[in-house]
Design a protein around this ligand. Structure first.
Ligand SMILES: Cc1cc2nc3c(=O)[nH]c(=O)nc-3n(C[C@H](O)[C@H](O)[C@H](O)COP(=O)(O)OP(=O)(O)OC[C@H]3O[C@@H](n4cnc5c(N)ncnc54)[C@H](O)[C@@H]3O)c2cc1C
Length: 390
């Protein structure tokens, strides 16, 4: 059919935008859809590790990243600080990436727009549309049903990439109910921006304390006395506590060591909550007949750190490579796309398993946090493990 697209990517966050970029750079016809126009906010801690920046640099974004840094939109990071329930602290340098690339706090308002713009410049066509569900024929995905200005359209494509985040309409339709995420592999988190706080320059701060475990609170500076601030908790544990996230944030700000850093006229803005789906749940299906899932739609967030941007970019890159091969071979069936699932598993699973095991240990033995942070103080190499997979 003449109006059939080669690839439709649903969602232009980091996962979708990098998939679209790499496919367009390889000469493919790509339609990139998002329910929002860009720039737009996304609830996140905004911490982007150097390894994620490496993927962007390799996709040709080095100049764009440098411009964002020079405009003050991305705030460079050099260290991380981890604080235990008893107040033990360790500060460790962050790993640099290829060619000394750096980690950043990059508010998603800027970060996502940069990659979405790069996808468009690479040749992907962008349209603002809300995808309702995949378009199925004989059990295969043959496109999407998408709404624009109250009109529902059927858009046909040889392959569809579900990159529509944690509330993915693609995932809901494609994964059987029994294979959806369960609460023990999910988290809920609150994010705000704080103004007029005394920051530790170029340091991301993680606070683990009794009322938040299994989870943590964070302060990630964005420069000029402002920071991304928030906290998150595993969903099954959160459901058992009567406390609300907003009250928990107020409690966090009352901790004396934090309170004394709040300056005259401090305030919170853009408070919002969102969910996280961990990649530690076994047997998550990522490839289907005519479709793949990437990023949060696939559920690939690290269960210990809550970091998902790097994994989103990794999955987008692997998906683009597999799709390129599948289109060339003319096989977009699940069998033709299963290489993506396998490579994602190989790249991410070991780390997911380790992180989940550690997360569960900390829940059962919270005193270990104090012990570990004390030990980490003396071992910065060990300390870095906490952040390298953010
Ligand atoms: C509170 C919080 C803090 C976090 N902090 C960090 C952090 O500091 N560092 C880190 O690495 N990770 C963090 N994460 C995880 C990170 O935000 C995600 O892993 C990452 O955003 C995943 O990218 P994505 O492209 O898969 O999905 P998203 O970024 O969610 O993008 C999905 C896109 O799809 C679009 N969309 C959704 N539904 C539809 C539809 N039906 N039709 C069309 N478009 C649609 C959305 O508008 C959006 O643009 C955090 C998450 C939360 C909730």
């Amino acid at each position: 059919m003449s109006d059939e697209r080669e690839v439709i990517v649903v969602g232009a966050g980091p996962a979708g935008a990098i998939t679209a970029t790499l496919l367009a750079q390889n000469g493919h016809d790509v339609l990139l859809l998002d329910r929002h126009t860009f720039p737009r906010d996304k609830v996140c801690g905004d911490a982007v590790p150097a390894q994620a920046i490496d993927i962007l640099n390799r996709a040709g974004m080095k100049g764009k990243v440098e411009t964002a840094v020079s405009r003050g939109e991305f705030y460079p990071l050099t260290h991380m600080r981890l604080v235990s329930p008893k107040g033990h602290q360790m500060v460790a340098p962050l790993h640099q990436g290829e060619h000394n690339s750096t980690s950043y706090v990059a508010p998603r308002f800027y970060f996502d727009a940069l990659i979405q713009q790069h996808a468009v410049e690479a040749g992907a066509e962008f349209q603002q549309m809300q995808v309702e569900e995949p378009w199925m024929e004989n059990g295969r995905v043959v496109g999407v049903k998408a709404r624009h200005n109250n009109t529902l359209e059927n858009l046909r494509a040889r392959i569809v990439v579900g990159a529509d985040g944690v509330t993915s309409a693609m995932t809901r339709a494609l994964r059987p109910k029994h294979a959806q995420h369960i609460d023990a592999h999910r988290a809920v988190a609150l994010r705000a921006y704080i103004e007029n706080i005394e920051e530790f320059p170029h340091e991301v701060e993680f606070y683990l304390y009794k009322n938040i475990l299994p989870g943590y609170a964070w302060i990630f500076p964005t420069g000029k006395g402002q920071a991304n601030i928030g906290l998150g908790m595993r969903l099954d544990h959160f459901r058992q506590t009567p406390r609300k996230l907003k009250a928990m944030l107020t409690e966090f700000l009352e901790i004396p060591a934090i309170k004394k850093r709040l300056k005259q006229g401090w305030k919170l803005r853009d408070i919002a909550t969102w969910q996280l789906n961990f990649g530690s749940q076994k047997h998550l299906q990522l490839a289907f007949d005519g479709a793949v899932l990437v990023g949060d739609a696939a559920g690939l967030i690290n269960p210990l750190t809550g970091g998902g941007i790097h994994n989103s970019l990794v999955s987008g890159k692997l998906a683009a490579e597999t799709i390129h091969g599948a289109l060339q071979r003319g096989d977009v069936s699940r069998t033709g796309l299963q290489g993506y699932e396998k490579r994602c598993h190989e790249s991410l699973w070991d780390n997911m398993k380790r992180s989940y095991r550690l997360q569960k240990t900390l829940i059962r033995f919270p005193f270990l946090v104090d012990f570990l942070v004390n030990r980490l103080q003396e071992n910065s190499a060990l300390a870095q493990i906490f952040l390298t997979k953010l």
